[in-house]
Design a protein around this ligand. Structure first.
Ligand SMILES: [Zn+2]
Length: 79
């Protein structure tokens, strides 16, 4: 893996861990491959924010290959 790919991988991993935006229509998008990541855990609403945990199931995706959990954050716009 070259330096650019490594830097991108680290960036995507950090995004996945920090939390990507959750869209009610599109769900959470895998920061590596851009596919919709499947939910495996949904947390309750806490203070207008709901956290979900996802995994990307695309074969060939680095997030999938490395078994990296993608966190998503949904905010209630009415709060
Ligand atoms: Zn992916």
């Amino acid at each position: 893996m070259n330096d650019a790919a490594m830097a991108l991988l680290i960036k995507c991993k950090q995004e996945a861990q920090a939390g990507v935006d959750y869209s009610p229509r599109d769900g959470a998008i895998c920061p590596w491959c851009g596919c919709k990541a499947k939910i495996y855990r949904t947390m309750p609403w806490v203070g207008g924010v709901r956290v979900r945990y996802h995994r990307c199931h695309e074969s060939g995706c680095a997030m999938h290959a490395l078994n990296i959990t993608i966190k998503s954050v949904q905010e209630d716009p009415t709060i």
